[in-house]
Design a protein around this ligand. Structure first.
Ligand SMILES: Cc1ncc(C[n+]2csc(CCOP(=O)(O)OP(=O)(O)O)c2C)c(N)n1
Length: 327
């Protein structure tokens, strides 16, 4: 990666980690309800892949892809407003996680919780783009566990048959909730599943942002030139529980210690050769931005209950609901 881009990657790696660390604190303070997820240890996959896309491309994040959401231009303000369900939340406070996007402005297609579903959705979007003659590529992510779902296979078969410009990124973080990969599938590497559909694949080090960027860029450009879909598998480790409620005691401590040494932020710092002073300067900038965003969200009220069905049902249902609410 050119130095300037690598510096940008480092900034987004730090920003992702700090936003998630602060969200975890807010969750523990009882200010965030529902789920609160962390991509700690795998931030380089979200950041490296998103940086390899062009502005017209579309990306659909899952719960461990905050880095991609931030790189594409959503602000920490929006993230905190969403987590804290404030009136400024992009989803109107309906979901207190990162299930939001803006297909036109940032090219982010909102996360769908049902595992595997984004594969056919993004393959379909790629087909639409192809039919319209638009040179855009779609990309989404999937965990090791979700490569066992039916939609993963159906979506890939569809993408291969119609030769659509779609890239699927498998994040092999070793565990799906408490299920280790050995109990999930016999196929190694996971990306080899692509061969069932004659899709080219590659594997890479998910904790090295430069490798993630390089491989993604290559596959995205091949897909853009009409080569059809591509699958990338990145090896990494989930360094936290499935969500905040999960103490992940089922993960051996030695395994975590081994991966801690391969921390993607550390690797990026080493690649850039940053001095202590330079690291502190980035940390101070990120800290300030995150603190401002958090305060901004906490200062906002929750949304008006009247708007609960806005964006969910057709307009006349909204009017009926609001009439009922007012009565
Ligand atoms: C179809 C479907 N089945 C089950 C779930 C519940 N669920 C949510 S996350 C998860 C584990 C996912 O593991 P993996 O795909 O490896 O991704 P990771 O959480 O490790 O990033 C499960 C079982 C779901 N959301 N959708």
């Amino acid at each position: 990666m050119p130095r300037e881009l690598l510096e940008r990657a480092y900034y987004f790696l730090c920003l992702t980690r700090m936003v998630e660390d602060r969200a975890a604190v807010l969750y523990r303070q009882g200010k965030i309800h529902g789920g609160n997820f962390s991509s700690r240890g795998q931030e380089a996959i979200s950041v490296g892949t998103a940086l390899a896309l062009e502005p017209q491309d579309k990306v659909a994040p899952m719960i461990r892809n905050l880095g991609a959401v931030l790189v594409r231009g959503h602000s920490p303000r929006e993230v905190f407003a969403s987590y804290l369900a404030r009136d400024t939340s992009p989803n109107g406070g309906k979901d207190n996680s990162t299930h939001f996007g803006d297909i036109e402005k940032t090219g982010v297609v909102a996360c769908i919780s049902m595992l595997g579903t984004l594969v056919p959705v993004m393959a379909g979007m790629a087909l639409a783009a192809k039919l319209q003659g638009r040179k855009l590529v779609t990309l989404t992510y999937i965990g090791d566990g979700a490569t066992s779902t039916g939609e993963f296979h159906e979506g890939l078969n569809f993408a291969a048959v119609f030769e659509v410009p779609f890239v699927l990124v498998i994040e092999n973080n070793q565990y799906a909730y408490s299920t280790p990969i050995e109990k999930q599938t016999r196929v190694r590497p996971l990306a080899k599943k692509a061969e069932a559909y004659a899709i080219p694949w590659a594997i890479g080090d998910g904790n090295d942002v430069q490798e993630v960027y390089r491989l993604t860029k290559r596959f995205v450009e091949e897909a853009r030139r009409g080569g059809g879909p591509r699958i990338l598998e990145f090896q990494t480790m989930r360094m936290r529980g499935h969500a905040q409620h999960d103490d992940f005691k089922y993960v051996p401590g030695e395994l975590l210690a081994e991966w801690e040494k391969k921390d993607p932020l550390l690797r990026c710092e080493q690649a850039l050769g940053l001095s202590e002073k330079e690291k502190q300067a980035v940390a101070a900038r990120v800290e300030r931005e995150v603190a401002e965003a958090e305060k901004d969200a906490l200062d906002r009220p929750h949304p008006d209950g009247r708007d609960a069905v806005k964006g969910v049902f057709a307009d006349d249902s909204i009017t009926q609901f609001q009439k009922w609410w007012d009565e």
